[in-house]
Design a protein around this ligand. Structure first.
Ligand code: NYM
Ligand code: MG
Length: 202
């Protein structure tokens, strides 16, 4: 029996610190949904494939320097430039599993000391997620995993500030998953959360 209330896709956002496991969990989740016969795509922000995305990538790689507000607006512009395609995908029935979204934009920039409301403003009007999943791991444990790629922000001291910013953004509607469990346990929890959602439930 198909209980899905709508034929549109769901906008599912995964958030968390660097090394919280978002990227691998996003791909596992997309494969899982496809196995269930649900049309799904993996998206990520920043989307480094666009011109704006290449400016962001150069900034993160430390090969370019940008003012804090300027890079904040570029991250936001990178979501705005994908907005209409995102809307089309959702309305034509594709579920999007998105690795970072507006919350990353606000958490990382406000961790630098930028005003929270100023950080949120350019996100107004972007598509609202149906589900936000926070992969919860302490900054220390994430750093212990190793593999910080040497990009800007990938430093324990800064990640601690980002963790505090996420706590400020936290909303009771978020699904918080303990990201320090085994990959398989995290994967299972994510599957349950997504199947529990009226849009993607079978
Ligand atoms: N980041 C990501 C931001 O600072 N603002 C944003 O709006 C987004 C989407 O970019 N450390 C930061 C978080 C990450 C970095 O992301 C690169 P990733 O997921 O490692 O490619
Ligand atoms: Mg990263």
């Amino acid at each position: 029996e198909d209980n899905r209330v709508e034929s549109r896709g769901a906008l599912v956002v995964l958030e968390g610190l660097d090394r919280s496991g978002k990227s691998s969990q996003c791909s596992r989740l997309v494969s899982f949904l496809e196995r269930q016969g649900i049309s799904a795509e993996l998206w990520r922000f920043p989307d480094r494939s666009t011109n704006v995305g290449q400016m962001i990538s150069a900034y993160l790689a430390n090969t370019s320097q940008l003012d804090d507000r300027t890079i904040h607006l570029l991250f936001s512009a990178n979501r705005w430039e994908k907005r209409s395609l995102m809307e089309t995908k959702l309305t034509t029935g594709t579920t999007l599993i998105v690795d970072r979204y507006s919350y990353s934009g606000v958490a990382f920039s406000s961790a630098k000391g930028l005003d929270l409301e100023w950080c949120k403003a350019p996100e107004i009007g972007l598509l609202a997620p149906d589900v936000v999943i926070y992969l919860d791991i302490s900054p220390e444990k994430a750093a212990d995993r190793g593999g910080y790629g040497g990009e800007r922000y990938e430093k324990l001291e800064f990640q601690k500030k980002v963790a505090e910013s996420y706590k400020v953004l936290y909303d009771a509607s978020w699904k918080v998953v303990d990201a320090f469990q085994s990959i398989e346990d995290v994967e299972k929890e994510l599957q349950d959360i997504v199947l529990d959602n009226p849009i993607t439930s079978l």
